[in-house]
Unconditional design. Structure first.
Length: 310
């Protein structure tokens, strides 16, 4: 087993159903003896991070293999009158500006209830009690709409925080615009609406959470090719836009390593191929295959480090 310089941080990116691949990577790293001192994640990455904090990564494979769309997606359209502005990825032409305007209005509509996600979390994690089996710092990242900034809730060895329940923090981190409604939080007498941590505002998530770590492992769910993903089907518009934003955000997070004063070794693991899976395709057979690819990639990653170390 390759010996990483400690402390070791783990950053887990979002990606919906693509998180099945990330689960496979994480479970295999843990199975081979790797452990972390701090974990941060957004969207599906926050759920995988919670599984690690509760020492439940060995359960992830079966969860994904048994997954059905109805377990996650319960149709319940809702409009939220919130000042959400998505990151403008295109140029400044009139047609692009017009498209951007309608994108932001559309993003305030959510198609599905988040109650099924809440029920899953309460049934899987909350019943395990408030104390993590691992003594670990866990950062759950969402996006505060009114502030246009990442909203980070720290859980230090347990599910207790100053302003948001553990389940609500995880739900907020996964509240993908156009898919799930925002989660409300009050802080200093003000109310904020929290959505998926993958949304880019006036600042992006960065790796400074791990300042002091000597090693950081980052597990993404997107590839460079996702910048121009050729999506099709009923959610093709959403798929293309969401993959592009996720790819941009993931790269920005990785690039932020250069600003860390502790100068850690940063290892970035991402899918080696198209996983044959859409962001909202919670199909057990496809998710199971993605999980297996993740397991294999983690093994390749660790073997490569051992060989490089001679």
């Amino acid at each position: 087993m390759f010996k990483f310089r400690r402390p070791v941080g783990l950053f887990l990116c979002g990606g919906g159903a693509l998180g099945a691949w990330q689960s496979g990577v994480l479970a295999e790293l843990v199975r081979q003896g790797l452990h972390f001192d701090a974990v941060a994640g957004f969207s599906i990455g926050s759920l995988n991070g919670a599984a690690y904090c509760y020492n439940k990564t060995a359960e992830l494979g079966q969860i994904w293999r048994n997954m059905k769309p109805a377990d996650i997606l319960g149709l319940k359209p809702r409009f939220s009158n919130i000042p959400l502005e998505l990151y403008q990825q295109d140029g400044g032409s009139f047609s692009n500006k017009l498209n951007f305007f309608f994108q932001n209005r559309l993003s305030r509509l959510s198609l599905f209830s988040n109650e099924r996600v809440k029920d899953f979390l309460n049934g899987w994690l909350a019943r395990s009690g408030p104390q993590f089996p691992r003594n670990i710092k866990f950062y759950v990242i969402s996006h505060a709409v009114e502030m246009k900034l990442p909203y980070i809730v720290r859980f230090d060895g347990s599910t207790q925080s100053h302003n948001l329940s553990f389940t609500d923090a995880l739900m907020a981190s996964c509240s993908i615009p156009m898919i799930f409604p925002p989660v409300d939080v009050e802080e200093h007498g003000r109310k904020y609406h929290l959505v998926d941590g993958g949304v880019i505002g006036i600042a992006t998530i960065n790796l400074s959470l791990f300042e002091g770590c000597r090693t950081v492992i980052m597990i993404g769910n997107s590839r460079d090719e996702d910048l121009n993903y050729p999506s099709s089907g009923p959610f093709s518009y959403f798929e293309h836009k969401a993959r592009r934003m996720l790819s941009i955000h993931t790269q920005k997070i990785y690039e932020s390593r250069v600003f860390m004063k502790s100068e850690p070794d940063v290892h970035f693991i991402k899918p080696p191929m198209d996983l044959g899976l859409n962001l909202l395709e919670f199909d057990g057979a496809k998710c199971g295959r993605a999980y297996d690819i993740g397991e294999a990639e983690a093994d390749i990653f660790l073997r490569g480090l051992e060989q490089a170390a001679g």
